[in-house]
Design a protein around this ligand. Structure first.
Ligand code: ADP
Ligand code: MG
Length: 681
């Protein structure tokens, strides 16, 4: 309904202005109607009363009922933002914070960053007048470092609490504390799952209200046999729906950017093989590292007569509701963090969803009318799924949150009132990890200055430490690029059908020393294309021409070299942000020039916990954990014969692989990390 209309060409300014006004009027009217038809609209007054009456309130409501977009506006209009105070709403996911803030700004008829804004790591769109502020749960935790009582907020809403991310869990503990000491802060916990009990009990029997949703019947279809390749199965199902089913958009749940982009390419390819009349299918990706200007595309209707296929991570499960979906394809998998405290190793693994997740996913098909959900596994498998997902705090490395809790003055981590306590072993291991990085003193206090500096940087502690060390090794410039590139998903892509070509292309950036320097090479090559302007005089016109030209050249370069332009741009963005942080901290930003030996020594000094040594039979053994691992095929050191390496990531598929690997000398470890390498032997 909200398709942009083709503007009539008119020469009369007044007339076109009028047309614009009536268009804007129609849009406002449409939004007003949409808002009024949301299930939550009818309980507005009651909700406001409940918030006034209770300092802690739990609101449970089906996905799409209007909790996230409407409740903050209700509170604003009820006067909760007087005296310069704001309503803060946390989201586990960046995409949700951004897209919802944009929507609410539009609903309020204001520019984003004014009354309504968002703030996520590396991207802040708020100002002094912002009163409704969407942010990630991790960001509010960071704010607490500077403002322990969260005194700028009158209400904090912890949204999507059922997701139970580690940040949400820690935030709940913190808020519980703050509220005890500072009662004027109102706390609302919102969740899509019906089980409000855990939250209610945690907050001493807090009041819970339920909002009735609207849900149409959804037909659930299963496969007869297990699928060997769910990406392929998803592809087949997309075209089956496209060619055989009535109109309606499709939502496919995939596990990450790489998979989404692969499916996007495969869909395009198959479309080209279909007769012209059957090609009216458009794909729209949505995942967390997608540039924010592209994220809003999922909410736009497909062009007339076209069907839209949304390729999403589990972001679309409960965090964002996409209109128009009638068909859901659910392969039944999700990417999750997994932590082995005995080995101190965190990895990302692809695991089956829980029953609760499967139900949420199928529910997405029945928002606007009856729908269908295609589960790409047999019905017997469904019965075997876990009821609900294990809270993240039980399966992740806690170093990051412990560092933050310490910076907040919570020294006794074991005594902290978590909603669900992480295992003692996990806490011990993470404390040990921080200690090894030099963030903690012997009596487990934050060290000065390293520990405090590390807590200030919005990065994984090991990366923060790498930056601090790099300024001593004179290679902070190189390390900034490295950390930025390691913070984004897959810079290279290797489509199955063009594997050889892409590998050949990647070779021009490859450094025999390993992936970190290779990443720097890619970054610098991209930077050259996008910024080299020595040869043009600096005028506004030239600037424009240059920009358009360099964008075009950049795109072609990405395509020819199988480089993911989105990821590189994202890395450039992150780079400039972290650079700002380290400048503020007063670290010296210098480059080691061609002296990559210096840089590799710095990598060894930073990532010594993740070092591995070649074994006689050709595998590697990780020092810290004793695990036998292999170098991932995507690494430039795959099949090389280097003796000793450091790495950043371990992934487990059929084998245990290490990724982002660089060659070092074994001797450096005892020299640069004697506290670890004498302890080990
Ligand atoms: P809940 O939080 O209860 O799941 P939301 O407040 O997120 O519900 O969504 C309410 C409605 O607003 C949904 O119908 C959804 O489609 C719509 N909506 C949310 N964000 C956008 C957007 N960016 N563009 C268009 N519609 C949106
Ligand atoms: Mg919501």
């Amino acid at each position: 309904p909200s398709m942009a209309q083709n503007g009539r060409v008119t020469t009369d300014f007044k007339q076109s202005n009028q047309a614009h006004n009536s268009n804007a009027f129609a849009r406002r009217e449409e939004i007003r109607q949409q808002r009024e038809s949301l299930p939550i609209a009818s309980v507005k007054e009651r909700l406001i009363e409940e918030v006034k009456k209770h300092d802690v309130l739990i609101i449970v409501g089906e996905t799409g009922s209007g909790k996230t977009t409407q409740i903050p506006q209700f509170l604003f209009s009820a006067g909760f933002c007087r005296e310069g105070k704001s309503v803060g709403i946390t989201q586990p996911r960046r995409v949700a914070a951004v897209t919802v803030a944009k929507r609410v700004a539009e609903e309020c008829g204001v520019e984003l960053g004014q009354k309504v804004g968002y703030s996520i790591r590396f991207d802040d769109r708020t100002s002094g007048v912002t009163r409704i502020k969407y942010m990630t749960d991790g960001l509010l935790l960071r704010e607490a470092l500077l403002d322990p009582y969260l005194s700028r907020y009158s209400v904090v809403i912890v949204d999507e609490a059922h997701e139970r991310t580690v940040h949400t869990d820690v935030l709940l503990g913190l808020l519980k504390n703050v509220q005890k000491k500072f009662p004027p802060l109102k706390l609302i916990i919102m969740s899509a799952s019906l089980d409000a009990r855990v939250f209610s009990e945690y907050f001493g029997g807090a009041r819970a209200v339920h909002i009735q949703g609207r849900q149409h019947p959804v037909d659930i279809l299963y496969t007869l046999y297990p699928e060997k390749d769910y990406v392929d199965a998803a592809l087949v199902t997309i075209f089956q729906i496209h060619l055989e089913e009535r109109h309606g958009d499709i939502l496919v749940f995939l596990t990450g950017q790489e998979e989404i982009e692969a499916v996007e390419r495969l869909v395009q390819e198959r479309l080209r093989q279909l007769p012209e009349s059957n090609r009216k299918l458009v794909t729209v990706p949505i995942f967390s590292s997608l540039p924010s200007e592209q994220q809003m595309r999922v909410f736009m209707p497909a062009p007339d007569g076209h069907r839209k296929v949304v390729l999403a991570t589990n972001i679309a499960e409960t965090s964002v509701t996409i209109p128009g979906i009638k068909f859901v394809i659910d392969p039944g998998f999700v990417k999750a963090r997994s932590y082995d405290p005995a080995k101190g190793m965190e990895s990302l693994i692809i695991i089956p969803t829980s029953k609760a997740q499967a139900l949420q996913r199928s529910g997405r098909a029945g928002r606007e009318g009856p729908g269908k959900c295609f589960r790409l596994y047999p019905e017997s498998e469904f019965e075997k799924l876990e009821d609900s997902t294990k809270p993240e705090i039980k399966r992740c490395n806690l170093a990051n949150v412990i560092l933050q809790l310490k910076a907040l003055g919570v020294d006794d981590i074991f005594g902290f009132d978590f909603i669900e306590k992480p295992s003692r072993a996990a806490i011990v291991k993470s404390l040990e990890h921080l200690f090894l990085l030099g963030a903690l003193t012997d009596d487990c206090k934050l060290s000065d200055p390293v520990g405090h500096q590390m807590a200030r940087l919005p990065l994984d502690p090991i990366y923060s430490k790498a930056l601090i060390l790099a300024s001593q090794f004179n290679c902070l410039e190189e390390m900034l690029i490295t950390v930025a590139m390691l913070s984004v998903d897959s810079v290279f892509y290797a489509p199955r059908e063009k594997l050889d070509e892409s590998r050949t292309a990647a070779k021009c950036f490859a450094s025999p020393d390993g992936d970190h320097i290779t990443l720097i090479n890619v970054y610098r090559a991209a930077e050259d294309l996008l910024e080299k302007r020595k040869w043009v005089p600096h005028t506004e016109r030239n600037e424009k021409i240059f920009k358009a030209k360099s964008e075009k050249i950049f795109k072609r370069w990405c395509k020819e070299n199988f480089i993911n332009g989105r990821s590189v741009r994202h890395a450039r963005d992150i780079h400039s942000q972290i650079r700002g942080h380290v400048e503020q901290m007063g670290l010296r930003i210098t480059s080691c020039g061609d002296d990559m030996l210096q840089f590799r020594r710095c990598l060894a000094a930073s990532f010594f916990i993740n070092a591995a040594l070649k074994q006689p039979e050709g595998n590697y053994r990780a020092f810290g954990t004793g695990q036998v691992v292999q170098i991932h095929p995507s690494s430039v050191l795959f099949q090389s014969k280097v003796e000793c390496v450091v790495f950043n990531e371990m992934v487990q598929t059929t084998n245990k692989y290490i990724r982002n690997v660089t060659r070092i000398e074994y001797m450096w470890l005892t020299e640069l990390a004697p506290h670890y390498y004498t302890m080990q032997s």
